[in-house]
Design a protein around this ligand. Structure first.
Ligand code: HEM
Length: 155
C-alpha cells in the first residue's frame, strides 16, 4: 500500500535539499545583517581588534558579505584578495583565529541561525585557517606588525 501523499513528501524533501545555504541563511539581507553584527563584535573584542587598526572597514564589510554570499551559493562575486594574501604578514595566531570564530558563532546565535546552518558555514570557513594563521600559539591580542600593508580603501 502506498502511503498517502508520499510523492509530495519526497518532493518537499528534495526541494529542501536543493535550497542553498545562502537561501537557508535568509539571503543577502540576512547575510548583510550578520556580517555587520560580526564586524562590530570583532571591533569590540580586545583579543583581536588590534589587527584591524589600519583596515578600511567599508572595504572589509563589503568583502565579507561578498565572500559569504558566494561561498554559500548566492549570486555574489568575491573580488578581494585571496585569504593567503589578505592575511600575509599579519601574524595572526591560532588563538586569535579561534577568538574570531567564537565571535562569529555568538553572532549566528544572536540571529538564531539553526545549528545545522551554523555548522555548514563553519565547515566552509574553518578550512581557511591554514591560509590565515601564521603563528602556532594560543596567545591573543598580539599587535599588527608595522610592516603589514593593508589593502587599499574602496574607491
Ligand atoms: C575564517 C576566518 C576568516 C575569514 C573568512 C576572513 C576573511 C577576510 C576577508 C574576505 C578579508 C578582505 C580581504 C580584502 O580586503 O581583499 C579579510 C581581511 C582581513 N582580515 Fe580576515 N578573515 C578571517 C580570519 C581573520 C582573523 C582570525 C583575523 C585576525 C585576528 C583577520 C583579520 C583581518 C584583517 C585585519 C583584514 C583586513 C586587512 C587589510 O586591511 O588589508 N581575519 N579577511
Amino acid at each position: 500500500m502506498t502511503a498517502p501523499h508520499s510523492t509530495n513528501l519526497v518532493r518537499t524533501e528534495e526541494m529542501a535539499m536543493a535550497q542553498t545555504l545562502y537561501d537557508r541563511l535568509g539571503g543577502l539581507n540576512a547575510i548583510t545583517a550578520v556580517v555587520g553584527d560580526f564586524r562590530d563584535r570583532v571591533a569590540r573584542d580586545d583579543r583581536i581588534n588590534l589587527k584591524f587598526a589600519r583596515t578600511d572597514l567599508a572595504r572589509l564589510t563589503k568583502m565579507l558579505i561578498d565572500q559569504v554570499c558566494e561561498a554559500t551559493g548566492g549570486p555574489c562575486h568575491y573580488n578581494g584578495r585571496s585569504m593567503k594574501e589578505a592575511h600575509a604578514g599579519m601574524k595572526v595566531t591560532k588563538g586569535e583565529f579561534n577568538a574570531l570564530v567564537e565571535d562569529l558563532v555568538a553572532t549566528l546565535k544572536q540571529f538564531k541561525v539553526p545549528s545545522a546552518e551554523q555548522e555548514e558555514l563553519l565547515a566552509i570557513l574553518g578550512p581557511l585557517r591554514s591560509e590565515i594563521v601564521e603563528v602556532d600559539s594560543n596567545e591573543v591580542g598580539t599587535a599588527l606588525p608595522d610592516l603589514f600593508q593593508p589593502a587599499p580603501a574602496l574607491a
